[in-house]
Ligand binder design. Sequence first.
Ligand SMILES: Nc1ncnc2c1ncn2[C@@H]1O[C@H](COP(=O)(O)OP(=O)(O)OP(=O)(O)O)[C@@H](O)[C@H]1O
Length: 825
Amino acid sequence: MANKPKRRGTWDAVIGLLFLGVALLLPVALISYHPRDIPAWVPLISTTTVSNPVMHNLCGVIGAIVAGYLYFLFGAAAYLWIIFFAGYGLAKLMIRDFSLRERAGWGFLCVLCGACLLQLQPWFLHGWEKAFRIEGPGGWVGKWVGEKAFGGPLGPVGAPVVLLLIYLVSLILATGFHPILVGRKMWNDWRKARAEAEKKRLAEMEETERMEAEQRKLAKQAEKLERQLRKKPAKGEDAPAEEPSAAPEPQAESFPEPRIFDATAPSAKKPSLADIEANRKKRSEPRPGLVGGLALENYQLPPLDLLDPHDEEGRKPADPSELLGVQNTIIDTLAQFGIKAQPGDITRGPTITRFEVYPDKGVRVDRITALERDIARATRAQRINILAPIPGKDTVGIEIANSSKVKVTLRELLETEDWLQTGAKLPLALGKDVYGKTIIADLAKMPHCLVAGTTGSGKSVCINSIIASLLFRYTPEELRFIMIDPKVVEMQTYNELPHLVTPVVTDPKKVLLALRWVVDEMEQRYQIFAKTGVRNIGAFNDRPLPKSQAELDAEAAAKGEEESPEDAPETVTEDTAAEPDAPEEDEEEEETKPISVPRDSDLIIPDRMPYIVVIIDELADLMQTAPADVESAIARITQMARAAGIHLIVATQTPRADVVTGIIKANIPSRIAFQVASGLDSRVILDQKGAEKLLGQGDMLYLPPASSQLQRSQGVLVTDDEIHRLVKFVAEQAKPKFESSIHDKLNSPTIDEEDVTDEDEELVDKVLEVMKQERRASTSLFQRRLRLGYTRAARIVDILEQRGIVGPRDGAKDREILIDLDSID
Ligand SMILES: Nc1ncnc2c1ncn2[C@@H]1O[C@H](COP(=O)(O)OP(=O)(O)OP(=O)(O)O)[C@@H](O)[C@H]1O
């Protein structure tokens, strides 16, 4: 009995070898087959009474007869027998307990189906009928089983499909090859390989970072040593020469005494009320040359007492023993896992406290990162974040949420010296970092910003504080807003602001029009810069203003000269516009009749230009309506608008790659991330993980422009009541004066795409054809060429404008064509 498996193994090898031998000889016999090799006495396949005098077949008469029968029965499918024998031969040799009996039947069925399918296909191998004198490319089986038995009842489509199914089923059963399982395995293997590659990449990155840190440390030590060596001779000549000062003692590494900073403690020095008022008054003084038809000579910037007073004294100071207790827990936990570390500084910020530790020599910082959950458990913290190392320091930072959060109010920030003394062109009070340092960004440098976070994380409050920061600094003459709020509710409060270019845009369909207006405005500003010979808004606004007629008259009178009409031109030429000393129109006249440039009559050169800040609250809603158009408009604005003084702030609560696309990200370098759901979302906003560990309610990561270092900070809090008071104060001083060009456009009824009938579509096609032939577009042209009434032609032109094919109406001129006409089929 014990011998049985052994014997079976021997027979398996014999059968396997026999099959492989057949698989080797079969192709030789089949390829060298010649019908005349078959002797006359062989039934069915003999074609001649006189066979070849010299045998062609390399496997002799037996090979010829076998090949002849295989071709006769299976046609070209005879070659499938090679796979049959080779496959089963190898399986018998290599796979233990391979059961030929279970599989061979299915293999045979596979060959039969192969023959039938070859017969039913009409394209190739039909020449074999004559060459081999057989029934068809599938042989006898193909003819009688495939064509007659299957093809007859199932028809030309049904038969191949059924046969193909049988073929696949028998192939699966013959080989034990499960396509779904194999597919799944391949997919899993691919994912595993990717994860491994990613792991390897991260490990390499960590290794390089570690090496760099090591090198920095070594460099520091070398520097320290060098300093010590340099100091020594100065102490005395008799210093013992044999002192082994060159080799640093490894155990003697000393760490600075740990200190506790409470960044939330009431600030020692506060600016006086008089300072703040003086600063505000200074900023409120009418600045020379600001026009804009808003009659704002008496405009006062809002005072800070519109904001709620912040209660610094009410803040509980940090309890040092509590903080030291937490730090000891951290050090103990690390020690339990074999990591020796020394305590470092403790900094209590508004939302989190950062505990620093100095890992001992030879400790890899990522070992500390790996203990994140254990440290969280030991300190009973809800969420912790480990900075290994803290950028620019030789310590590892463990950030733990404070039990009680300290609010960072807008008033607190606007009263700081940092704010009062800031040299930023468009300062934004964003918040305070862990060290209590105020974060004041300059929108002019940003120059565009992306704000993202889940719902309730603090985005709207952040946007409100940005708007408020600007309202506290700028008059409507100096800064204008375009607010886009598809969510409708968020920005309604601002509708009364005189700073608005147009009422808050809430209809997603009109957003594109607003963005296009911004693009036009930007282009016009560049034209004005070119005419006046300046490069950006700063230079434009700082240029000396042309003198007024009254000033010129006074000068002329002083010189005793007679005024001649030729000396006082009514318009400024291109050259004189750039010439500060050239005579100009009277300033009062200028308001009603702006300075114009004769050769380009549309170009109005204002004395000063306001900054324009475009705020989009909820990009996702816009990306749903017209993703390509919105994306390209944003890209256009962000790429060029900086010099023109146009800045974009985009907020979203959906930081997905299809909303914050690569193009949008590439053009918006500054980012503010609030809490998000996952590391993936964080990567979309910041290109790195981290935002998923934030605590919500204004806890944020700020990526300043031209930097890769994130600043964790607590966002500034401004309440709805404060915003209402602020807007009321501003709105009482001036009424909104909307730009007519954009206002009219946004108020004109849009054509709903659903209302565009088939008849309209036909006309649109015809109009496009006319445009292609004439290379121009105007309502009257279409009226004439297509014999249309005015209303009909104007409607089609409106549809074209809405689809972005032609530009807006521009007086009696032709419409601008915005597409490549050659791309029309
Ligand atoms: N800087 C902050 N300091 C303290 N609390 C804040 C701060 N920012 C936001 N909060 C709190 O979080 C709440 C939600 O903030 P906010 O309305 O800005 O969220 P959001 O991200 O805009 O949500 P949504 O997308 O749903 O509008 C606020 O009502 C406020 O209580």
